[in-house]
Design a protein around this ligand. Structure first.
Ligand SMILES: C[S@@+](CC[C@H](N)C(=O)[O-])C[C@H]1O[C@@H](n2cnc3c(N)ncnc32)[C@H](O)[C@@H]1O
Length: 250
């Protein structure tokens, strides 16, 4: 099977010492975003394209997310089932197999027009889909008090650390009073941030992701691992977050 770089990824060789430094330097360069956009423009608008050549893991991914989301709905003061947003939605794989089953409306935010066009075709006539927003997440600013769940999967490595912190703060503002942010992302086991020069993204160690979450004044309600993925791939954390401070709107 053709293997693309993308979300599901093989772990890097831990002896690649300068990857961590390169990852820090890369985030200072405006090309960090333009290179990623150019990379994704070259990727087929298919499930296999979204999953970096690992389409056979789609079911395991969705099943892990479904179990997680159901556990979120069982929490004390759970989010509602009204409206979710799929951040870095690609062709709408997660919306199709997961989010539209749990929410009355789902908005999609995606920077690649080609992927959004495919999503529009796939969801033609569906009453479950709200807005298709062609935008980088570094610019996405939801209206206040809008979302029950903000779903971010395999995209946050495309934001610099500083932009990720700001993104989390804006998402917190866009949540309804019991709303939550779900993050599903690869983490390194080397303890270091690793750069993927092909798709222009970083994979962070869990500690670094948690530090950014802390700086954005979010609290962690759940933090688990995606089960049943091959050991050769990066581990995937699934987190449920909510703002530490009560919104002035709630
Ligand atoms: C690995 S794919 C995952 C797509 C989808 N989340 C899924 O799991 O099926 C990464 C997606 O993030 C999008 N992306 C990359 N950088 C982005 C950015 N700065 N803002 C929004 N989306 C971005 C890509 O265009 C691509 O659709």
């Amino acid at each position: 099977m053709e293997e693309l770089t993308g979300c599901l990824k093989h772990k890097q060789d831990e002896n690649e010492e300068d990857s961590s430094l390169k990852a820090i330097v890369a985030q200072e360069d405006p090309a960090f975003y333009s290179d990623a956009a150019a990379y994704w423009d070259s990727v087929p608008a298919t499930v296999n394209g979204m999953l970096g050549g690992f389409a056979h893991l789609n079911l395991a991914d969705i099943s892990g997310s479904d179990t997680f989301l159901r556990s979120v709905f069982k929490m004390k003061n759970p989010p509602g089932h009204g409206r979710a947003v799929d951040c870095g939605a690609g062709i709408g794989r997660i919306t199709k197999h997961l989010l539209q089953k749990h929410f009355g409306k789902v908005d999609l935010v995606e920077q690649c027009q080609n992927f959004l066009d495919r999503a529009k075709e796939n969801f033609k006539g569906s009453k479950k889909i709200g807005e298709f927003l062609c935008q980088g997440l570094q610019h996405f600013s939801p209206r206040p008090n809008t979302y029950d769940v903000v779903w971010c999967q395999w995209v946050l490595g495309h934001l610099t650390d500083a932009d990720l912190e700001d993104f989390f703060r804006r998402m917190a503002y866009g949540l309804k009073p019991c709303g939550v942010i779900v993050v599903k992302e690869n983490v390194t086991s080397s303890g270091k941030v690793e750069l993927d020069e092909e798709d222009s993204s970083v994979t962070r160690p869990e500690r670094q992701l948690l530090d950014i979450i802390e700086r954005a004044e979010l609290k962690i309600l759940k933090n688990t691992k995606q089960p049943n993925f091959p050991k050769s791939l990066y581990e995937v954390n699934i987190l449920c977050l909510k703002p530490k401070k009560k919104s002035i709107l709630s």
